[in-house]
Design a protein around this ligand. Structure first.
Ligand code: NAD
Ligand code: DAU
Length: 350
């Protein structure tokens, strides 16, 4: 069946890879990218597809009820893949309300728009909500997050994502909407906004600037290459069972300090610096408030049920990522001017 899929947040980091995959792999689908172009949204991320005949961009805010209604009608939307969100934990600590507005209110607004537009045949349409492993809280005593792990969000960001997940399940339960949710671990790769650990370090190493490591650098994250997340989203969208949750991760846990050291070593090599040069930039700074110790996803369900697994080893993915950032200095320069510098100075000078 021909589909007209609304992908929200398509100008962001993960969304841009999802859009590219769907536009190129499914020429018979119409792909509508709805994005408000906040500081994190960048149409440059979509250069590869901007001229494609099955791709359209709509600048809109998911909080805007009238705009959503018009976009559903204009494009006869058949399915939604919802990625638009405020995504940075540090920003959620200084401005939690922005996260409530987009991640909670915006998601409910989008659910309402879909429910209203599809009201005559709700069960023919899918609302796919893209979420995070942070909803499960922090692992302190070993183990992994399973799909059945109880929600225990600890930051304003994860609380807002948990809330949006609950609303999606409530709409399935109450109104019979066809929904699916996936909860993924930390992504890295091209187009990653340099407020996040990996691109921030790549940018700072390149410019000989301090590498701010929160606390003792002992916190652990499970990293997945962004294109593998996009492949997983494709898999869940097409093969996932309605009403189910799928955890997505790389079985690839790293302490922050070890990632930073790996980036230093790789970049010394690539930039022709003496071994050990960039490590001198490592600077331990004040810890993130309420910093979750460890996230680790058990991705067995999606592997066994849907046959998805990561395609890249971490070292390969990191090489591709560093090379991409070094080859796309203009992209980085444009993003790190102006508002980014203000954010950076305010955040790291306090
Ligand atoms: P991002 O911050 O890079 O991009 C978010 C996009 O959403 C931007 O293009 C932005 O302009 C858009 N947006 C923000 N508010 C909007 C609004 N009110 N209306 C319309 N568009 C709006 O985020 P990302 O890292 O690409 O994350 C995408 C999704 O995946 C989020 O829902 C996030 O919670 C989830 N996720 C991210 C990760 C990760 O490691 N980055 C891991 C798991 C899940
Ligand atoms: O787990 C999935 C989540 O991963 C996503 O839902 C979020 O949208 C995404 O931003 C990411 O959240 P994290 O907080 O884990 O990512 P971040 O890159 O901000 O931080 C990774 C780790 O590095 C974390 O333990 C905090 C630490 N850190 C981060 C920054 C920006 C530092 O030590 N120094 C820094 O300057």
């Amino acid at each position: 069946m021909s589909k007209s899929i609304l992908i929200t947040g398509g100008a962001g980091f993960i969304g841009s890879h999802v859009i590219q995959l769907f536009v190129e792999k499914y020429p018979a689908y119409t792909i509508v990218n709805l994005d408000a172009l906040t500081y994190a949204g960048n149409l440059e991320n979509l250069k590869a597809v901007e001229g494609a005949s099955n791709y359209t961009f709509e600048k809109a805010d998911i909080q805007d009820e009238a705009a959503l209604k018009a976009i559903f009608e204009k494009h006869s939307i058949t399915d939604v893949i919802h990625l638009a969100a405020e995504s940075h934990v540090d920003r959620s600590i200084t401005d939690p309300l922005a996260f409530v507005k987009t991640n909670v209110f915006g998601t409910v607004n989008l659910l309402n728009a879909a429910k209203e537009f599809w009201k005559d045949n709700l069960s023919d349409h899918l609302f796919y909500h893209v979420s995070t492993d942070e909803v499960y809280g922090s692992l302190h005593d070993g183990g992994f997050f399973l799909e059945t792990t109880a929600y225990d969000p600890q930051s304003p960001y994860s609380a807002s994502k948990a809330s949006s997940d609950h609303f999606v399940r409530a709409y399935a339960n109450t109104y019979g909407m066809k929904t699916v949710i996936s909860n993924c671990s930390n992504n890295y790769g091209p187009n990653h906004f340099p407020e996040k650990l990996i691109p921030l370090c790549i940018h700072n190493i390149k410019n000989n600037k301090p590498l701010p490591v929160y606390g003792k650098g002992e916190n652990v994250r499970d990293w997945l290459f962004v294109k593998d997340h996009a492949r997983a989203i494709d898999t869940v969208f097409h093969q996932g069972r309605t009403g189910e949750t799928y955890n997505i991760g790389g079985f690839n846990e790293w302490k922050n300090i070890d990632i930073v050291k790996l980036l230093c070593a790789k970049m010394d090599e690539k930039l022709g610096r003496d071994a050990g040069t960039s490590e001198k930039l490592i600077t331990y700074v004040k810890d993130r408030a309420g910093h979750d110790l460890r996230y680790a996803i058990d991705a067995t369900k999606i592997q066994k049920e849907l046959g998805w697994e990561p395609s890249l080893q971490f070292e390969e993915g990191i090489e591709i990522t560093i090379d991409w950032f070094l080859a796309n200095q203009d992209w980085l320069d444009r993003i790190t001017s102006g508002a980014y510098q203000e954010y950076y100075d305010k955040h790291y000078n306090n």
